[in-house]
Design a protein around this ligand. Structure first.
Ligand code: AMP
Length: 214
């Protein structure tokens, strides 16, 4: 299975990709996670990306296309993958097509998770993760059963993304509408696009995805 999840920041792409990863034995490829690792490692790429990410802007296409190309070649991606956060611009979508052609790969499906912008600001501003196992929580919608203790692993250390604040979220939403939305019609024309409602409960969104994937 080779799948692209599209949707604005906060739509639930990462959460759903992780669930599909467990269900279908495929790999989640998140360009945001890859960049955050580069920032953490204080690499050259990380240094170039940090300021743009903190401002809610996209990093240059070439940087992200190179990261994806080396990732798809890895052994663990051979069983299939879910692209989460890539492609985000038309040049990235065109580069991905070229990469698939060169490697003899075929895209199965592009799924757009439809949500309301205003709800995304609240969703993103309140989210945080367990530093030990990566389980996701939210100040209002998904608190751990015992305050300050991760339900999944018992960890007590949590972190928030530096770009998950109301101001940056608005820039990220703007970047989505201006630069990413055009690829929805790009994939529609190619006959790959399906849409689901991302405003329902997390379990229901997973159900809708599974129905489409089969
Ligand atoms: P995400 O975790 O997908 O919300 O991505 C966090 C940030 O990483 C974005 O706001 C961008 O600055 C950067 N980023 C992630 N993926 C891409 C991409 N495909 N193209 C350009 N920038 C990206």
């Amino acid at each position: 299975m080779k799948l692209i999840l599209l949707g604005p920041p906060g739509a639930g792409k990462g959460t759903q990709a992780k669930r599909l990863e467990e269900n279908y034995g495929v790999i989640q490829i998140s360009t945001g996670d890859m960049l955050r690792e580069e920032v953490e490692a204080k690499s050259k790429i990380g240094g170039q990306a940090k300021e743009l990410m903190d401002a809610g802007d996209l990093v240059p296409d070439e940087m992200i296309i190179d990261l994806i190309a080396s990732c798809i070649d890895k052994h663990e991606c051979q069983k299939g993958f879910i692209l989460d956060g890539f492609p985000r611009t038309t040049p990235q979508a065109v580069a991905l097509d070229k990469m698939f052609d060169e490697k003899g790969l075929e895209l199965d499906l592009v799924i757009e998770i439809k949500v309301d912008d205003e709800a995304m600001v609240e969703r993103i501003s309140g989210r945080y993760t367990c530093s030990k196992c990566g389980a996701g929580y939210h100040d209002s919608f998904q608190k751990p059963e015992t305050e300050g203790v991760c339900d999944n692993c018992g960890g007590t250390d949590f972190s928030r993304r530096s770009d998950d604040n109301a101001e940056t979220v608005r820039s990220r939403l703007l970047a989505y509408h201006e630069q990413t939305e055009p690829i929805i019609s790009y994939y529609k024309k190619k006959g790959f696009l399906k849409s689901i409602d991302g405003m329902t409960a997390i379990d229901d969104v997973t159900k809708q995805l599974k129905e489409l994937i089969g």
